[in-house]
Design a protein around this ligand. Structure first.
Ligand code: AMP
Length: 215
C-alpha cells in the first residue's frame, strides 16, 4: 500500500506516519527528514537546500522529485510507503503520478489531516526531540517524564529544528496555503482524498487513519 499524508506543518503527519508505518510494515518517507540529513552531511543537495529551509520556503521541485524518484526504488519500499511532506506542489504531484506509472506502482490513498490554524504555531514552536533517538517532545504537551532525560533512550541531549520558530512558521504556513493546499482539490478530483480530524488526541487520529485505510 502506498499513501500520502497531506496537511500543514504541525498537523501531525510525521507522528502519524511513524505509527501507521510501524503497524502496517510500510516505509515512512519524509522529504523534510531526508533534506535535514543532507544539510547535516553537507552534501551538494544539502548545500542547495539549507538557506531555503531556514527561511521556511520550499526547496526546488527538481531536487525533491529526484530524491523521491530514487528512494521509492529501494527494497525497503517494496511493501509500500507513506509519503510525509511530499508532494508539496502541483508539479510534484503530477511528477509523482508519472513516476508511479513508470515504476508500475499505484497510489492507494491520500489522507488530509485537518487542523485549525490557531493550533499550528503553538504546536510547532514548542517541538523538540531527543538528539540521540529522535523521540519527539513538546514544551506544553509532552515533556520528558524525568526532566532533561529522554523517556525512550535515557539521553540527556535534545535538539530543536532550526525552522521551528514563530517567524519561520509563518513563512511555512504561507508556503503551505499557496503551494500545497491546492493538492487537496487535485486529489479530491482524482477520487483519492479522505480527511481525518487532526485536532483530536493523537491516539484518536491514529484510529481514524486506520479506519480510512481499512483493515
Ligand atoms: P518538513 O519536515 O516536512 O516540515 O520539511 C521541512 C522543510 O523542508 C520545508 O519547510 C521545506 O523547506 C523543505 N521540504 C520538505 N519537503 C519538501 C517538498 N516536498 N518540497 C519542497 N520543499 C520541501
Amino acid at each position: 500500500m502506498n499513501l500520502i499524508l497531506l496537511g500543514p506543518p504541525g498537523a501531525g503527519k510525521g507522528t502519524q506516519a511513524e505509527r501507521i508505518a510501524a503497524t502496517r510494515g510500510l516505509k515512512q518517507l519524509s522529504t523534510g527528514e531526508m533534506l535535514r540529513a543532507a544539510v547535516k552531511a553537507g552534501t551538494e543537495i544539502g548545500r542547495r537546500a539549507d538557506a531555503v529551509m531556514k527561511s521556511g520556503g520550499l526547496v526546488s521541485d527538481e531536487i525533491v522529485i529526484g530524491i523521491i524518484d530514487e528512494r521509492i526504488d529501494q527494497p525497503d519500499c517494496a511493501n509500500g510507503f507513506i509519503l510525509d511532506g511530499f508532494p508539496r506542489t502541483l508539479a510534484q504531484a503530477s511528477a509523482l503520478d508519472k513516476l508511479l506509472k513508470q515504476k508500475g506502482k499505484t497510489l492507494d490513498a491520500v489522507i488530509e489531516i485537518r487542523v485549525d490554524d490557531s493550533a499550528l504555531v503553538e504546536r510547532i514552536s514548542g517541538r523538540f526531540s531527543c538528539a540521540k533517538c529522535g523521540a519527539g517532545y513538546h514544551d506544553l504537551h509532552k515533556m520528558p517524564k524525568v526532566a532533561g532525560t529522554c523517556d525512550q533512550c535515557g539521553s540527556t541531549e535534545f535538539s530543536r529544528r532550526a525552522d521551528d520558530n514563530a517567524e519561520t512558521v509563518k513563512n511555512r504556513l504561507m508556503a503551505y496555503y499557496r503551494e500545497t493546499a491546492p493538492l487537496i482539490g487535485y486529489y479530491y478530483a482524482l477520487g483519492y482524498l479522505q480527511s481525518v480530524d487532526g485536532m483530536a488526541p493523537i491516539d484518536e487520529v491514529t484510529v481514524q487513519l486506520n479506519k480510512a485505510l481499512g483493515a
